[in-house]
Ligand binder design. Structure first.
Ligand code: ADP
Length: 487
């Protein structure tokens, strides 16, 4: 329900502006109390004025009713004094007075049109039963009253209830009340108009003022976009603007880091790609410079050139693999894979390289492990680790690969008796192109991308990789991968 209302509001383009919303809110909040006060005050005034009039008039008529009895007017309505009194009161209240006797006959009408007629209306009958009736007609603006003419004297003497000798029926105009109300209404209207204009002006000013910090935010962000400032922006006016700006600064900081690392990567790539080319150029130039090159030298240089081409090729291939296993948008071809078989196969492939250095390569497995992984990528990740363990080893050393699993993960430990990694390099070994000893790594054909590729593949599988090492003693990598892959 609320969602629907919100959608409807958002459809009206003007209401999507916070400023318009604040303005409307202030306007409504400012106007409603004024309207309520005006309405209730006028209503109260009317009620009170009518009540005062009724009590004033009914007191007057009670006095007249007594006079009527004193002058025996009901029997003989010719009394000049009473007639004058009745006419006077009828003029005073701008109304009509009728005197009705016991036989429901009108014996006096100040308008002189109803005399002699009989009136058996409800209020007259009720009045003869002792009930005072009062009725206010606000539409036509008059009050109608029926007052009993009671003979209290005979009533008390005989010990009976007062006798009702007749009824004084009157209708008096409430024009004066209506007039006062209309004057008050006009004044209230003018006042309210003035207030409305003031509220509109104030609401406009306040909404503009409240929205100002958000304009500042937009301006500051635009300036950053246009490259005016390189620092973090700050708009501390509101907690909310501070949050927006903080979030923006955070994005900005990350973008700068990303940009820096991108620049670094590009310069690293060009540098790495240029190195083999430079070697090739030197080798080729020196062959060209010599006029009669001995065959052995020619052979030797060409072998070197071929090696450099292989290196260039490896770097390019590794770069392409790294792009493919970028953990943010790489795709996995997950299948159920026998990890024992996978490790056995890759060790078999790497044993010839190990043999050159007389390094013993051992696989220990505690159980059969079947896991949901991308076989090709997983093989690449473990190959890199085992290859490193062989490459950065000592003559006659060993490499031990251990496989184990619990109900959730499988764990592969790759341990070697190699040269180890210095403490200060431990954090950086996963960086692209990072090598502890550049010349040594290059000698053995490393691109510096292997561990970066391995780590990305492991992260894509929601796994972890940890390293511990003692220089000159050896290195241990521990890889933990979930048995079931979950996105
Ligand atoms: P590279 O292609 O140079 O081997 P890697 O990314 O695979 O690049 O490794 C980065 C660096 O980490 C290597 O140059 C090496 O200095 C160090 N390193 C990796 N594995 C080992 C290991 N098992 N023993 C000692 N040093 C290692």
């Amino acid at each position: 329900m609320w969602e629907k209302i919100k959608q409807q509001i958002n459809k009206i383009s003007l209401l999507r502006s916070l400023r318009v919303r604040i303005f409307l809110l202030l306007l409504v909040m400012g106007m409603i109390p004024g309207y309520i006060t005006r309405y209730t005050l006028l209503q109260n005034y009317e009620e009170r004025a009518v009540n005062v009039k009724i009590s004033e008039v009914s007191n007057q008529f009670k006095i007249i009713a007594n006079h009527l009895l004193t002058y025996n007017y009901l029997q003989d309505p010719s009394s000049e004094v009473i007639n004058a009194e009745l006419n006077q009161i009828s003029n005073l209240y701008d109304g009509r007075v009728l005197i009705i006797n016991k036989n429901f006959k009108v014996i006096k009408d100040t308008y002189e049109i109803g005399e002699g007629k009989t009136i058996i209306s409800e209020e007259v009958v009720k009045c003869f039963k002792g009930e005072n009736t009062t009725y206010y007609d606000d539409q036509y603006g008059y009050i109608e009253m029926a007052i009993p003419i009671m003979d209290t004297v005979t009533g008390t003497v005989e010990g009976e209830s007062p006798q009702i000798k007749g009824v004084l029926l009157s209708s008096i105009s409430t024009d004066t009340i209506a007039l006062t109300i209309s004057i008050l209404q006009r004044k209230a209207f003018v006042l309210q108009m003035v207030m409305t204009i003031m509220i509109i002006v104030m609401s406009l000013a306040i909404s503009q003022f409240l929205i100002l910090p958000f304009h500042k935010v937009t301006k500051a962000i635009k300036e950053v976009k246009e490259g005016f400032t390189d620092e973090a922006i700050s708009i501390p006016d509101y907690e909310e603007t501070e949050h927006i700006v903080d979030a923006f600064n955070d994005v900005l900081r990350r973008m700068r880091i990303l940009d820096k690392s991108r620049q670094e990567f590009v310069s690293n790539v060009s540098h790495e790609l240029k190195t083999p080319l430079t070697s090739m150029k030197v080798l080729a130039d020196s062959l060209i410079m010599q006029q009669e090159v001995p065959n052995e030298l020619y052979q030797e240089f060409m072998t070197d050139i071929a090696q450099e081409i292989d290196r260039e090729n490896k770097i390019i291939n590794d770069l392409l693999t790294l792009v493919k296993v970028d953990k943010t948008d790489g795709e996995l071809n997950v299948d159920s894979v026998d990890i024992n078989a996978l490790l056995e196969l890759l060790m078999k492939r790497l044993r010839p390289i190990a043999r050159q250095q007389n390094i013993e390569v051992i696989l220990e497995s505690n159980r059969m492990v079947q896991a949901n992984v991308d076989e090709v990528k997983m093989t690449l990740a473990f190959s890199n680790l085992v290859e490193n363990a062989i490459k950065y080893n000592k003559k006659n050393g060993w490499v031990r690969v251990m496989l184990d699993a619990d109900h959730q993960y499988f764990i592969v430990v790759i341990e070697d008796s190699g040269i180890g990694i210095p403490e200060e390099s431990m954090e950086r070994i996963y960086e692209r192109f990072y090598r502890v000893d550049k010349s040594h790594s290059r000698e053995i054909g490393g691109s510096g991308l292997g561990l970066a590729i391995t780590r990305n593949i492991i992260l894509m599988h929601r796994g972890t990789i940890q390293v511990s090492s003692v220089e000159n003693e050896g290195t241990t990598f521990v890889v933990k991968i979930p048995l079931i892959y979950s996105k």
